[in-house]
Design a protein around this ligand. Structure first.
Ligand SMILES: Cc1cc2nc3c(=O)[nH]c(=O)nc-3n(C[C@H](O)[C@H](O)[C@H](O)COP(=O)(O)OP(=O)(O)OC[C@H]3O[C@@H](n4cnc5c(N)ncnc54)[C@H](O)[C@@H]3O)c2cc1C
Length: 244
């Protein structure tokens, strides 16, 4: 019997957590029946009751695992002092949560027409981690370029894993950009037409996916538009909770 479900509310339990950068935690929620989603989509994680007061008991998070790992929902998030995040941090293994409303249009194209360009700011890397893991799982990790912007290397979630993936897959290139890291030997400039030309050659040759804070997404879309990339070839999603 196919036990794969895609209901609105999926009961789950915390299965574990690990640090993936400074103040950034990956959390694994195990589900009873297999759960279906597409790489790049997001869900709401509802804690039901909160240990610290907040206006809402849930937040949206992109899945970072590949859909082939259908017995779990894995998310990555930055710590904050909101009542929700403090309550999330206080969960212990086995604690119940509800995974709600899996959705999102930022997904891999059914058919690839051009090379893929991923542009991530900070924890905006989350949906790309799922996509890259999925492409790797399908042996289809080629013609993909990732520009990954962060303040510093220590705050860049999954950096080591992504660098390793690029080492193992010559068709996947990662350009880490650390805008405020004096010790960073690589690229430190923010996105602009000039930096896009140096990383992509001709940006019009790609389908672009952009995820980050609203401000970062706006800046990236503007730079791509300045480089004459058609709007229909830019797919973007902003993590609206990171606009402070
Ligand atoms: C599609 C999508 C995917 C996302 N994926 C991820 C992910 O993978 N990982 C991740 O870490 N985050 C993700 N986010 C963001 C996430 O949902 C949270 O918004 C974010 O983590 C901040 O949560 P918080 O509890 O720290 O802040 P919040 O308390 O939620 O504050 C967020 C914003 O709301 C404002 N605010 C706070 N209180 C009020 C109030 N009473 N009235 C009005 N405004 C208020 C704050 O000033 C702030 O700007 C995603 C968001 C979207 C939309």
């Amino acid at each position: 019997m196919d036990r794969t479900v895609r209901p609105d509310k999926v009961p789950a339990r915390l299965g574990g957590r690990r640090l993936v950068a400074v103040d950034t935690v990956e959390m694994t929620f195990l589900v009873e029946d297999d759960v279906q989603f597409r790489a790049g989509q997001y869900c709401r994680v509802d804690l039901g009751t909160l240990r610290w007061k907040d206006r809402k008991t849930s937040r949206k998070f992109s899945m970072v695992n590949a859909p082939s790992e259908s017995d779990r929902i894995v998310i990555a998030t930055r710590a904050s002092d909101s009542g929700y995040k403090r309550s999330l941090d206080a969960l212990v293994d086995g604690d119940p949560v509800t995974i709600e409303r899996i959705k999102g249009d930022l997904v891999l194209p059914e058919k690839r027409r051009r090379p893929l360009s991923f542009i991530a700011g900070g924890i905006g890397i989350a949906p790309f981690v799922s996509m890259l893991r999925e492409l790797d799982h399908r042996n289809a990790l080629h013609d993909v370029r990732l520009v990954y912007l962060n303040r510093s290397a220590s705050s860049a979630a999954y950096l080591a894993e992504l660098l390793k993936l690029a080492e193992d897959n010559p068709g996947f290139e990662i350009i880490p950009v650390m805008t405020r890291d004096e010790s960073w030997q690589g690229e430190r400039r923010r996105l602009s037409v000039e930096t896009l030309r140096s990383t992509h050659g001709e940006p019009r040759d790609y389908d672009h996916y952009v995820v980050g804070t609203p401000r970062m997404v706006r800046a990236a879309v503007d730079a791509l538009s300045d480089a004459h990339v058609k709007r229909s070839r830019i797919h973007d999603e902003d993590f609206s909770g990171y606009d402070r």
